[in-house]
Ligand binder design. Structure first.
Ligand code: NCD
Length: 304
């Protein structure tokens, strides 16, 4: 029984295999239509979600499986004070695999110690979000055709943005990667990521508050939402929320083959006018997420 709590729980070879499977699903979805027949996925979402939860559910349905679960903590016995461990011990009696999102960092790890079925971390607080990274990796692969030699700009809320933390971990295993970290002072990448990943692995990175000054160097621009729900103080959120707004004019100096990515939901950080630019990849990312989740569910259930 195998859980995926952190993107580094998967080796680069395993990620390559997931990408191969996802590409095969894209080419021939019918072949996969019954792969998870009679299997059940439980989606335990203690925090709101549109894409991640529905993408897991759509993935399981497209594999011929079934889905149970809840979409908010107040729809579950968590509201009565039940622990995460007791909840997943219970759900292990009903489901073959669990995707779990929780506002507390580490909750899915705790769950994986109590559960008797695989747990997939669907986002834990401001910490990690490995399956968004799988969506991001398939997008990078399909857009750029490689994982090596890329200059990746990460822009916005690098402090609380869990998708950024997981993506940095994933990309840190490839060669020739350079990061440009673009954020307001208050929302810089946490020290534990800078020290344990970037510095430890000698990965070149620069920190800046200015998006325009680095635009022309980037192969990928990964925009993120300022994570309102993680702020202690609404005034700080209001002050910082519109730090970066990507508009078509700001892309004038960008490379022709830049990939503009965003895990979504977006608030203001990418103007809708950018959506028609051929470099905008964020809605492709959504679809890629479903294929990668299909591949991951099959892998963790041991389906050939
Ligand atoms: C992200 C998340 O939940 O961390 N959304 C997602 O899963 N696609 C990003 C965000 O909420 O800003």
């Amino acid at each position: 029984m195998r859980s995926v709590i952190d993107i580094l729980d998967l080796s680069t070879e395993e990620i390559d295999d997931l990408i191969k499977t996802a590409c095969d699903i894209i080419d021939d979805p019918d072949k996969y239509a019954e792969k998870c027949k009679r299997k059940k996925l439980a989606t335990l979402f203690f925090e709101p979600s549109t894409r991640t939860r529905l993408s897991f559910e759509a993935a399981m349905y497209e594999l011929g499986g079934n889905v149970i679960g809840f979409s908010a903590a107040n729809n579950s016995s968590a509201s009565k004070g039940e622990s995460v461990s007791d909840t997943v011990k219970t759900v292990s009696c009903y489901a073959d695999i669990i995707a779990m999102r929780h506002p507390k960092e580490g909750a899915p790890l705790v769950a994986s110690m109590a559960a008797s079925v695989p747990i997939i971390n669907a986002g834990d607080g401001g910490h990690n979000h490995p399956t968004q990274t799988l969506a991001d990796l398939l997008t990078i692969y399909r857009e750029k055709g490689r994982f090596d030699n890329l200059t990746i700009g990460l822009c916005g809320d690098l402090k609380f943005g869990r998708t950024v933390h997981s993506l940095i971990n994933a990309m840190s295993r490839y060669n020739g990667i350079e990061f440009v970290l673009i954020s307001p002072e208050e929302l810089k990448l946490p020290d534990y990521v800078t020290n344990n990943v970037l510095k430890k692995k000698n990965i070149p990175y620069t920190e800046t508050t200015d998006l325009l000054s680095c635009m022309s160097e980037l192969d990928i621009l990964y925009m993120t939402r300022v994570q309102r729900e993680r702020f202690f103080n609404e005034q700080d959120y209001i002050r910082l929320k519109d730090s970066y707004i990507l508009t078509p004019d700001k892309l004038e100096t960008a490379k022709d083959d830049l990939a503009v990515m965003h895990p979504l939901p977006r608030v203001n950080e990418i103007s809708v006018a950018v959506d028609n630019d051929k470099r905008a990849c964020y809605f492709k990312q959504v679809l890629n997420g479903k294929y990668m989740r299909m591949a991951l569910i099959m892998k963790l259930l041991g389906v050939e």
